[in-house]
Write a protein that binds this ligand. Structure first.
Ligand code: GMT
Length: 373
């Protein structure tokens, strides 16, 4: 198949899923055309079957805002016509799905099929704003195939947008060969002292990730267990988190590492992953941690309970219940037998339920169904 992928190139879950899916499809012999305003950051190596097309956005003094949606649509038209695309796959509905719809109208209705994957805040937050709602609803309805990354997100879409459509749940996935625990004593030595436990959190530091809660949980845990906290990523809450760590007098034990490309050695050096989000439609970062045998302490929101089995691969608590999350953390880190069982269950669940091959099969089958319609 010739498949176009329109996605955000930035450090975020939907961009990661889009890039990893494209790479996996290319390995299976499909020809993949990424279309975005910058190179997706996970497209880190050359592949015969992958081409990247940059969307150029002209800047004219009359425009107060860049006109990305029509520029993307024009680029999709160009790529679809010259490269004979069978499918354009829009990752994160806004604005990719409506640009894909525009392109399809320009090309002629039956020559290009649109698959839209709903990832999270496109449905739960941004798309609900009155200025986007009707376009969101329309672009989902007009897609030839729609997938959502969790049952939670599928339900939210059907209810919030009053849509009657067959949405297939295709969860996030992980490359279990790449994401597996490696020996990293050197990194451990640089981040913590011998005998200290390491807690880790990876996110884009937006308010809905509740990184302040991560620091508050750590402050409680540290009173009971010698430990360090590693924070990976960057974003709007980074400065206030650094301030909070100072205020709580834990700054010396909290390592703000900023954005990191190579996560496996860091995850492998840690003992536990924290994800106390306000909203999380799947939680890709938690899945990558689980593949590296890290039990997860999470909030009971969105798709997280579909990923984390309470009492088996981690624990789930109410949003903001930092006392309970800290208690669960201490419980796991002080019971070696239980910890080992949880860590093994994490890897097993990632391998059996969310491995790349299984989920890429689901996307391929979805494409075939859409093309056969
Ligand atoms: O909604 C976002 O935070 C952005 C989005 C992204 O593009 O990075 O993340 C979402 O998509 C990921 C991949 O499908 C999911 O694993 C994340 O849970 C989801 N984030 C939220 O729902 C907050």
């Amino acid at each position: 198949m010739n498949i176009g992928i329109a996605c955000y190139p930035t450090y975020g879950g939907s961009g990661v899923v889009a890039a990893e899916l494209g790479k996996a499809l290319a390995e299976r012999g499909h020809r993949i055309h990424f279309i975005s305003y910058a190179m997706p950051f996970r497209l880190d190596s050359f592949s015969d079957n992958i081409v990247y097309h940059e969307v150029e956005i002209s800047n004219y003094p009359l425009f107060d805002y860049p006109l990305y949606t029509p520029a993307l649509a024009s680029k999709i038209v160009e790529v679809a016509q010259f490269e004979k695309l069978d499918i354009i796959h829009a990752h994160y509905a806004i604005p990719h799905a409506i640009s894909a719809y525009l392109a399809k109208q320009i090309i002629g209705k039956n020559q290009l099929k649109i698959v839209t994957t709903l990832h999270g805040t496109d449905i739960t937050l941004v798309g609900l704003e009155p200025s986007y709602l009707s376009v969101m609803k329309f672009s989902i309805e007009q897609s030839d195939g729609v997938t959502a990354v969790s049952r939670f997100l599928k339900e939210k879409t059907l209810i919030n947008y009053k849509i009657e459509k067959d949405i297939q749940v295709i969860p996030n996935f992980v490359d279990i060969d790449k994401y597996q625990r490696v020996d990293s004593p050197e990194i451990h030595k640089r981040l913590a002292s011998q005998g200290e436990k390491i807690l880790i959190h990876v996110s884009n530091f937006r308010p809905l990730k509740r990184v302040h809660d991560v620091i508050k949980i750590f402050q409680i845990v540290r009173q009971r267990i010698p430990s360090k906290l590693i924070l990976v990523g960057d974003g709007p809450d980074r400065s206030s988190c650094e301030q909070l760590a100072r205020d709580l007098k834990v700054f010396d034990d909290v390592k703000f590492l900023g954005k990191q490309i190579e996560l496996v050695p860091l995850l492998s050096t840690a003992n536990l992953f924290l994800i106390p989000s306000q909203s999380e439609s799947f939680g890709l970062s938690a899945l990558e941690a689980m593949a590296c045998e890290l039990p997860v302490i999470a909030s009971s929101v969105g798709g997280l309970p579909e990923l984390i089995v309470h009492g088996e691969t981690g624990y789930i608590a109410e949003i903001g219940d930092i006392e309970r999350m800290a208690k669960y953390t201490v419980d796991l880190l002080t019971n070696e037998t239980k910890y080992k069982i949880f860590a093994a269950s994490c890897r097993k669940r990632a391998v059996e339920e969310f491995n790349k091959n299984k989920i890429v099969d689901m996307y391929e089958e979805h494409y075939n169904r859409v093309l056969a319609k």
